[in-house]
Design a protein around this ligand. Structure first.
Ligand SMILES: Cc1cc2nc3c(=O)[nH]c(=O)nc-3n(C[C@H](O)[C@H](O)[C@H](O)COP(=O)(O)O)c2cc1C
Length: 327
């Protein structure tokens, strides 16, 4: 069994992974031969993510981070994805190995963030795009990189259509408001959710913030915001998988976290333009338009150069740890 302090350190790193709406939908347990990561469906997003697709991508991100941290602490990790019946879990068995090479990406776990400001349009050098492409080595997950205005413009109609559908849906908006954190106090107390400062929006309190989001954020304003972001993007990374099953989602998360940490190492900011992957009708049109030949788009990531923003908060570590014998 790994020592408690190593278990806590690995969990602390893994919990820094990205997750949809910063829900942190994961629970960690220490097992005889390593660590088990389970989905926490109490933190699901029924409106934004009814199939739990992004929940499992987030779980994959946490698992990849745990794997990198385990190597840093001198353990050889082996991941097993267990999807039997209702029991889905990611088991990472850990063998002490004093010869293991220190993972370079470990030091970027705390530096990584979703950077939602506008990027400058400086091109990303071809060698860095190549490094990013090669960072995705997870079996079954592909990444396509798009740069140049005409390539990026291909995404505009799908982003516009999907985000308009989402923001005009009152249930989607209510769920978003529920996960918004409109002040530092609220964000720190809860340790989760979307803190406004991470999007460059000043604190305004729940009453005012909820009113603004409910009444003043419209399909038109949202389209303008997202398409401006796309216009200020140096490149877009599209993550694709051969099928659209739970294992594809987990593997997308494993691959994406490696990609995001590599981008951080290269000082390249990243954020999400995901809405076309979230609405099946729009996703299917995008599959045809991009000639994806039956492959499924899972994440649309914009890349570019910008200043860092406020970092998001995380829950207390004890709140994400469960006892071994609790199913
Ligand atoms: C599967 C997935 C989907 C996400 N979708 C979006 C999105 O559509 N828009 C967005 O701004 N951020 C999106 N995010 C980023 C999360 O909101 C972010 O990871 C979370 O707030 C924690 O912040 P951090 O990444 O800076 O640590 C997504 C993250 C994941 C893992």
């Amino acid at each position: 069994m790994i020592p408690d302090d190593v278990f806590f350190k690995i969990v602390r790193s893994a919990a820094k992974a990205p997750s949809g709406h910063n829900t942190q939908p994961w629970l960690f347990a220490k097992e005889d031969d390593g660590i088990c990561i389970k989905p926490d469906f109490c933190r699901a997003l029924p409106e934004a993510d009814p199939e739990h697709r992004e929940l499992f991508i987030s779980l994959g991100c946490a698992a990849e981070t745990a794997i990198i941290a385990a190597r840093f602490y001198g353990y050889n990790p082996a991941l097993r994805i267990n999807l039997l019946g209702t029991d889905c879990s990611l088991k990472i068995s850990l063998q002490k190995d004093d010869t293991i090479k220190q993972p370079e990406l470990y030091s970027y776990i705390t530096a990584r963030q979703t950077t939602r400001n506008l990027y400058d349009k400086n091109e990303i050098p071809a060698e860095d795009l190549m490094i990013l492409q090669q960072a995705v080595s997870e079996s079954g997950v592909g990444v396509r990189l798009f740069s140049g205005q005409s390539s990026l413009d291909m995404f505009s109609p799908f982003i516009a259509e999907a985000s308009a559908l989402q923001i005009s849906n009152p249930n989607f908006k209510s769920e978003l408001i529920q996960w918004m954190r409109f002040s530092e106090k609220e964000a720190m107390e809860k340790g989760d959710g979307l803190y406004t400062a991470c999007s460059g929006v000043p604190s305004m309190g729940r009453l005012v913030g909820g009113f603004v989001l409910k009444n003043l954020v419209t399909a038109k304003s949202e389209n303008k915001r997202l398409l401006t972001q796309l216009n200020k993007t140096a490149a877009v990374a599209l993550f694709i998988s051969p099928t659209n099953q739970v294992e594809d989602w987990i593997r997308t998360g494993l691959a994406f976290q490696e990609f995001a940490l590599t981008a951080t190492k290269l000082n390249i900011s990243h954020s999400y333009l995901n809405s076309p992957c979230q609405i099946p009708g729009v996703r299917d049109k995008m599959i045809t338009a991009l000639g994806l030949n039956g492959e499924f788009p899972q994440l649309i990531i914009r890349l570019g150069y910008s200043k860092k923003m406020h970092f998001s908060f995380r829950r207390r570590i004890n709140d994400v740890i469960i006892e071994q014998n609790i199913e």
